[in-house]
Design a protein around this ligand. Structure first.
Ligand code: SF4
Ligand code: SF4
Length: 165
């Protein structure tokens, strides 16, 4: 299998999202763009090898782009491009899941089963996962985020179960 550098992978991922958006309509109208209402304390994790013109801070060994709600759309971080979905690696296979880390922000995360996501967007997220497998560092990153999403999903399921008692 051909191995790409992290920067090559980032650039290939960004190309996938030139035109692919979560819905065929503007999902920002569902929530008044709540995922873009950042402040100096919030941010998006950068993918390995990703560069940005946004301010970057480091937390737990990860680079975080700090967003105060404004960016050049074509240069937004990959995390923004693929939100509210994320590729996860389960039993060696890439699956496309809602990004449960963003459940409090995005109404589409908890209503994933009811939403008709753009097929092009889902394909792009899946391809993102497959590209990430072409480099050791991005594969480790994918494994780490998969663990975080699984954990958030467990907490979410537990919360919903307890709420229905
Ligand atoms: S929070 Fe979700 S629904 Fe709202 S703009 Fe972001 S991705 Fe779209
Ligand atoms: S970087 Fe851009 S797309 Fe991402 S949260 Fe900030 S304003 Fe929204």
């Amino acid at each position: 299998m051909k191995e790409y550098t992290c920067a090559e992978i980032c650039s290939k991922i960004k190309e996938l999202f030139n035109e692919a958006t979560p819905l065929d309509s503007d999902c920002g109208r569902l929530c008044d763009k709540s995922c873009c209402k950042g402040d100096s304390e919030t941010g998006m994790v950068l993918f390995p090898g990703e560069t940005t013109s946004l301010l970057v801070r480091e937390t737990n060994g990860r680079k975080i782009a700090v967003c105060e709600g404004v960016c050049q759309r074509e240069n937004r971080p990959v995390s923004c491009m693929i939100f509210p979905l994320f590729p996860v690696l389960i039993n060696g296979k890439i699956k496309v899941w809602p990004d449960y880390r963003g459940a409090a922000v995005c109404p589409m995360v908890n209503h994933f089963d009811e939403i008709i996501f753009s097929k092009k967007f889902i394909r792009a997220v899946k391809k993102t996962g497959k590209l990430m497998l072409k480099n050791r560092e991005t594969t480790e990153f994918l494994n780490g985020i998969t663990e975080e999403i699984l954990l958030e999903k467990e907490l979410e399921d537990k919360f919903l179960k307890e709420g229905s008692k």
